[in-house]
Design a protein around this ligand. Structure first.
Ligand code: HPA
Length: 286
């Protein structure tokens, strides 16, 4: 059933855009502006794509943008589906699975996340080196369809190491170039690498929970990305995960955590974030 759904979505996307899509990019909360950089953009609202759910969250536009970045064909998801919205995991994984069936080889997953590491401050970025699935469920639970991948997929390298190296290199290039132009102030310590812990949400965490997740080895917490990364690994796609650190996690600073702050920080880093994404897309697409 889910294979047929993903095929129907893929076919529909193909009918709107015939280019050979190299890389798909999922834009997280407050990070949607990257889609504006797509050239020759064909925009498809999610409600038109068979099987796609709707984006219900502020900061998620809810459309697929197809086109090119410096000649590299991309599919950009401006807004994603989260488990906390009440969608089942099949719906959450559907876009990535349809990209896989379209022949997309590379996936870039972005998100907003809270930091558990006081070296990793709001406004900085974290390349995801690995994850902790604390969603309470594995998205692949249920009958396995071998056309997607094996029953017991290996998870020893969910986030492609070479992609991480490329991302790190480009982030450092951007920092150096901006430093040379005298614009380094906001770019000290802006790129990190760490473990992303996915939680179901929709509540933010308690301070006690944050202490527990830190003990478990988490560097950042968020409410997305892991189901899509697992779906991609299942299908043999290569993934890169980038968290935009929007706040320190619960209990680490005075005050409350609020979605509007998450959005504000996303907007603040957009310029550097979008430039980094652009360079990564070009490097891994060539
Ligand atoms: N916790 C969970 N998800 C988040 C956070 C957080 O602190 N910040 C942004 N997304």
């Amino acid at each position: 059933m889910s294979y047929e759904k993903a095929s129907a979505a893929a076919e529909f996307i193909r009918s709107k855009y015939s280019g050979e899509i190299k890389t798909a990019i999922v834009l997280g909360s407050g990070l949607g502006a990257f889609a504006d950089a797509v050239e020759g953009a064909v925009k498809i609202p999610y409600e038109e794509i068979p099987g796609f759910a709707r984006s219900t969250v502020v900061g998620h536009a809810g459309q697929l943008v197809l086109g090119t970045i410096d000649g590299v064909a991309v599919a950009v998801q401006q807004g994603r589906f989260h488990f906390y919205e009440g969608y089942d995991m099949e719906q959450v994984m559907l876009p990535v699975r349809s990209f896989g069936l379209l022949g997309v080889k590379n996936l870039i997953l972005t998100n907003a996340a809270g930091s558990l590491n006081s070296d990793m401050m709001p406004g900085s970025l974290m390349l995801i080196s690995d994850h902790l699935n604390c969603l309470g469920v594995n998205p692949l639970r249920g009958p396995n369809d071998e056309r997607f991948g094996p029953r017991f997929p290996d998870m020893s390298e969910v986030y492609d190491r070479e992609f991480q190296e490329i991302a790190l290199e480009e982030a450092n290039n951007i920092a150096r170039e901006r430093h040379d132009k005298g614009r380094d102030a906001e770019l000290t310590d802006f790129i990190h690498r760490g473990i992303y812990c996915a939680l179901s949400g929709p509540t933010y965490e308690t301070p006690a929970e944050i202490r527990m997740y830190r003990q478990l080895g988490a560097d950042a917490v968020g409410m997305s990305t892991v189901p899509e990364a697992i779906a991609a690994r299942h299908m043999g796609m290569r993934s890169l995960g980038i968290s935009c650190i929007t706040n320190l996690a619960a209990g680490m600073e005075e005050g409350v955590i609020d979605h509007s702050h998450v959005m504000e920080t996303g907007a603040r880093v957009a310029e550097v974030f979008n430039e980094l994404l652009r360079r990564i897309v070009i490097r891994i697409g060539k």
